[in-house]
Structure formats: C-alpha cells, structure tokens
Design a binder for this molecule. Structure first.
Ligand code: PDD
Length: 288
C-alpha cells in the first residue's frame, strides 16, 4: 500500500506527491516543521507541538496555513489513511511559491503545507534496548535554533558523523566549549555532583516539547533539576547522560566519544525518568 500524503488541500499517494520547484522551502529552507509521535493510536503531546508550530511560523511571519482545528482534522485523516497506530507524523509549512528572490514576495502568498506519516516499530520499553552512544561535534548552526526550521544541514552532517561512528546522536558543542543540544534532541546529564541538568532555553537551542513534558513530570515528582548550561568537560565527567525528543522520548546515552558515561550503564536517574516518561506516553489520550 502506498503511503498517503496531504499536500496543499489534497490527499495523494506519496510517490506522486510533489511541490513546486519554486517553493521557498525548497529554495531557501524558508519553512518550518514538527514531528509528533503516535503511540498506540494516540498523539503524544500534540497541543504543545502545534503551539510550537504556530510560534515558529510567527517568528518568520508566515501565516498559519489553516486554523488549528482544521489542522488537527487533517492530521487525523493522514494517520487514518495510512493506518498508523505506532508512528511519526511530519508536518511542514513553507512560506509558499514565488519567483526566486531572497526577500519575501511583495504580494501575500499562500503558505504551502505538507503532512506525511510513517510507521515505526512499537516503542521499546526495555531500557537496555532503548539506549545508545553519542559523539560530539562542533555546533556550526545559525543564531535562531529556537525556530524549528527545515534548514537542517549542520544537523544532518553531525548525525551522519555520529552514524559513521556507530552512535545514535551527535552532541553539539559551541565555540566556548559549552554543550548546546543534540543534532535532533535535547541533551541532559546528571553531573559529577549528582545534579540533573539541561541547558537553559535561548536562541541557541530548540525548546523541546519532550524536554518540557519531562520537566512537568519532574515537578510533579519533586525531582530537582537545573536549566543551566554545562561544558563538554562536565559532560565527560557526568554520572549519567540522556537525550529527549519526540522520537527518542527519554533515551540513555551510555558512551560519549567512545568513553563510558559513568559506569557505562543506564543509571538510577535515567531509569526513573524513562519509567516516568513511559507512563506519560501510555497516558496519552489525544486519539490520532
Ligand atoms: N527533532 N533539538 C533539536 C535540534 C531537534 O531537532 C529536536 C526534535 C529536539 C527535541 O524536540 P522535541 O522534544 O520537541 O521533539 C531538540 C525532531 C524529532 C526531528 O527533527 O525529527
């Protein structure tokens, strides 16, 4: 069965789906996106993803392609037509199609929207199998990483470098030796003193939906954490490390640049947070 994509108002077989060659997303990466996890037929954190989509669009002065209520309907239709219970839904909105010119078109143009969905293997609750290694890479991205744009070439290069080393993520390090985030995840540590930390939010990292959802769970459980940047050196001496994202949820990182983090096993903190987040995922009630 061919996958079905939603493209500017139509549901089409994905292999026939296409966008205009002068789409500004294609020409300039003038587009934003979201990835939402579907677990057992329900969306995980759908509303915060839609909030962030709206924010990214606002920051770039691209109008919403449709009202949120309509967007929710289309998301459900894409999931239904692709018969997905475990999967990832991808939505992308570009500024639209215009004769190539760096500045925005003078006349307002309609934003272009594409939504696709793919099946993934069911979430692996066994933390041993849900772990991986990371490498470090210089953070060579632009100054507005808080906007979830499709301009992901530095992220792709970093992920490729990780893949070539058998790692699942590249942890990005800025010119001051401070860790920003993963190529497609937020990065957390339990530092040498036992403090649970992740970098504070600003223009240099994405405000992860999973990061925020985990923080709400931490508050509920009275688990102390700090939003404070840490250096690569501190990460190298961490007791534990893990990544968060819509695709990874809470995923232990057992080695950094080939060297074990702590004792090289998923530690007590990440085990607890993984279990907490698994409960959150299983409690997702927004039917897809
Ligand atoms: N990536 N940081 C970056 C650079 C990301 O690309 C992502 C998500 C995150 C985590 O955000 P969230 O928890 O909202 O998924 C952090 C998605 C999954 C992707 O590009 O596929």
């Amino acid at each position: 069965m061919s996958r079905i994509a939603y493209v500017n108002g139509r549901y089409v077989p994905q292999r026939e789906a296409s966008v205009n060659v002068e789409d500004r997303g294609y020409q300039f990466a003038d587009a934003v996106y979201e990835v939402v996890h579907v677990f057992n037929g329900s969306y995980v954190d759908e509303e915060p993803h839609l909030d962030r989509l709206e924010r990214s669009l606002r920051e770039l002065r691209i109008p919403m392609p449709m009202a949120r209520i309509a967007l929710r309907k289309v998301l459900r239709e894409v999931v239904r037509r692709n018969r997905i219970r475990e999967g990832l839904v991808y939505m992308q909105v570009s500024r639209g199609v215009a004769r190539r010119d760096h500045a925005f078109p003078n006349e307002p143009i309609a934003p272009a929207i594409v939504i696709t969905a793919k099946r993934i293997a069911p979430y692996q609750e066994d933390i041993g199998k849900w772990s991986g290694e990371a490498i470090t890479q210089p953070d060579i991205r632009w100054g507005r990483c808080d906007i979830k744009t499709v301009g992901l070439l530095p992220n792709c290069l970093a992920r490729q470098a990780a893949k070539e080393k058998g790692a699942i993520e590249a942890v990005l390090v800025d010119e001051n030796g401070m860790v920003t985030e993963g190529a497609a995840t937020n990065f957390w540590i339990v530092d040498a003193e036992g403090r649970l930390r992740t970098r504070h939010l600003d223009d240099h990292i994405l405000a992860g939906v999973t990061r925020k959802a985990l923080m709400a769970l931490l508050k509920d459980e009275n688990i102390v954490f700090e939003e404070r940047a840490f250096s690569l050196e501190e990460a190298r001496h961490a007791r534990e490390a893990f990544i968060t994202s819509a695709t990874s949820f809470v995923k232990p990182i057992l080695k950094l640049d080939g060297k074990p983090v702590g004792d090289g096993k998923a530690g007590p903190v990440v085990r607890r947070l993984h279990a907490l987040f698994t409960r959150h995922v299983k409690g997702a009630r927004n039917a897809a």
